[in-house]
Design a protein around this ligand. Structure first.
Ligand SMILES: C[S@@+](CC[C@H](N)C(=O)[O-])C[C@H]1O[C@@H](n2cnc3c(N)ncnc32)[C@H](O)[C@@H]1O
Length: 237
């Protein structure tokens, strides 16, 4: 289903109250997501960090930025993020549409974890993210692999994962191409987590091994694109 802003906001507003418990049940997936962003964003780029579509703020907080801003279209998610991190002076949260973030910058790092599949116009979001990033900073985007559409649908229907609401998968190559066109240098376009289950500790090892195997390396459930915004570049608005 093509994402629609109103239906998307209502969906995540409904899920906000139980979102963190649902994530805890899929701990392998969310731990991997945090690990990937922690590896993508060098500590020297964590002075000012923006997370677009931050949900309850877990990924942003895991980076331990000096000043981290999380924005989301869902009022309930932002309320949850604010109460979850009420004691964290380095974090703040705001209701802002992903297409509007360019005006909030500049940031050293601009990230988004599993949001592109939920927005009506992911290209507008990618452009806004580049606009919010300072020259020399990094833009990092994760989104589920379109090759996983059927398994993810089955997992959702059998209630083994949380419902995603309106969504349309986006390929990492298209994201990388757009970031290149906007004056970024692609540092990484990879997939991760071939086996998003713990399986007594074996799942993670299999996924790590799959990342080194030529035939499997494209089939991880998480796609990650990391790009550096070129220093001397003037990004067209
Ligand atoms: C799958 S959740 C991911 C949340 C968070 N990044 C995480 O990994 O826990 C998708 C989030 O994107 C937000 N979102 C969807 N469309 C958005 C938009 N147009 N602007 C800002 N946030 C949006 C939703 O409200 C939701 O919180």
């Amino acid at each position: 289903m093509r994402p629609d802003a109103k239906a998307t906001r209502e969906h995540w507003d409904r899920l906000a109250a139980t979102y963190d418990q649902a994530k805890a049940r899929n701990d392998v997936y969310y731990r991997s997501l945090k690990d990937l962003f922690n590896r993508a964003i060098h500590p020297s780029l964590r002075r000012r960090v923006l997370e677009v579509g931050c949900g309850t703020g877990g990924v942003l907080a895991s980076l331990e930025p000096d000043a981290g801003l999380g924005v989301d279209i869902s009022e309930r998610m932002i309320e949850k993020a604010r109460s979850r991190f009420a004691g964290a002076d380095n974090l703040s949260f705001k209701i802002v549409d992903a297409t509007e973030v360019a005006a909030l910058g500049p940031f050293d790092a601009v990230i988004s974890a599993d949001v592109f599949e939920h927005v009506p116009d992911w290209r507008a979001v990618a452009r806004a993210m580049v606009g919010a990033c300072r020259p020399g900073g990094v833009v990092a985007i994760s989104t589920p692999n379109p090759g996983w559409a059927v398994p993810l649908w089955v997992l959702e229907k059998t209630r083994l994962k949380m419902p995603e609401g309106p969504h349309l998968f986006v390929g990492a190559r298209a994201i990388a191409d757009l970031l290149s066109d906007r004056g970024c240098t692609i540092q990484r376009r990879t997939t991760h987590l071939l086996l998003p289950a713990n399986l007594a500790g074996v799942g993670r090892k299999v996924s790590e091994w799959a990342e080194t195997a030529a035939v499997l390396r494209r089939w991880g459930v998480i796609q990650l694109v990391v790009a550096r915004k070129n220093d001397e570049n003037r990004v067209p608005r």
